[in-house]
Design a binder for this molecule. Structure first.
Ligand code: HEM
Length: 185
């Protein structure tokens, strides 16, 4: 009897974890449903996820476009949130500015804003970054970048929940190919 109950509970938990983020990846059919997110208790727990270490990127000197050669390079992007996973990113260096086209693992975010969620709330729609679908239906976002190896605030708009979630990204210079550098780092 007890064992049956335990199995039922385990099955329910498995089904829940599989369906909680049905919108995590693009589907060929109808637009996937986004999960419900609990309301935040505080700014730090607003993402509904465990607090992150935040130590990565600390102690590193920021890298600016002026240190890099013009061009387009694959780059790794660290995110502080498991529910904001950058699966591919292309850094584009143009003179003294750079931007990055990021592909996310899911299709739940309708737009991004390069700043905190508080700034995103006040921002004009024209300041937000919409997604562009790639050939496989994944969402890509073309984001301006001030510096690599620096904690960068990014707010992500949940289509389902119609609210901003705070994320912290680090564009990792150590993932750039050697030819990206004007002088060796
Ligand atoms: C209580 C459970 C959960 C809640 C409340 C939740 C909430 C959210 C929210 C609000 C988003 C933002 C996008 C959207 O609104 O669709 C999201 C994205 C996502 N979640 Fe969850 N989630 C849960 C469980 C899970 C689980 C169990 C997994 C994986 C095993 C998962 C994986 C993801 C992924 C991959 C994304 C998309 C990330 C991206 O686009 O890079 N989530 N989730």
């Amino acid at each position: 009897m007890n064992t049956r109950k335990q199995i039922a509970v385990l099955l329910l938990a498995a089904v829940f974890s599989l369906t909680a983020c049905a919108g995590a990846a693009p589907s060929s059919g109808a637009a996937p449903a986004a999960p419900k997110e609990p309301e935040p208790v505080s700014a730090a727990s607003g993402s509904g996820e465990a607090p992150e270490s935040g130590s990565e990127g600390e102690g590193l000197a920021p890298v600016y476009a002026s240190q890099l050669r013009e061009g387009s390079y694959d780059i790794k992007v660290h995110s502080n949130a498991s529910m904001f996973r950058v699966t591919a990113a292309k850094l584009i260096v143009e003179g003294d500015s750079m931007h990055c086209v990021m592909t996310l693992s899911g299709v739940g975010y309708g737009k991004l804003f390069m700043g905190t969620k508080e700034e995103a709330r006040k921002a004009d729609e024209s300041e937000t970054i919409p997604f562009v679908k790639d050939a496989e239906g994944y969402y890509t976002y073309d984001c301006p970048i001030e510096a690599l190896d620096k904690e960068t605030d990014c707010a992500a708009w949940s289509i389902k929940n119609k609210r901003w979630y705070p994320r912290v990204l680090i564009y990792q210079s150590d993932s750039l190919p050697p030819e990206a550098w004007k002088t060796a780092p």
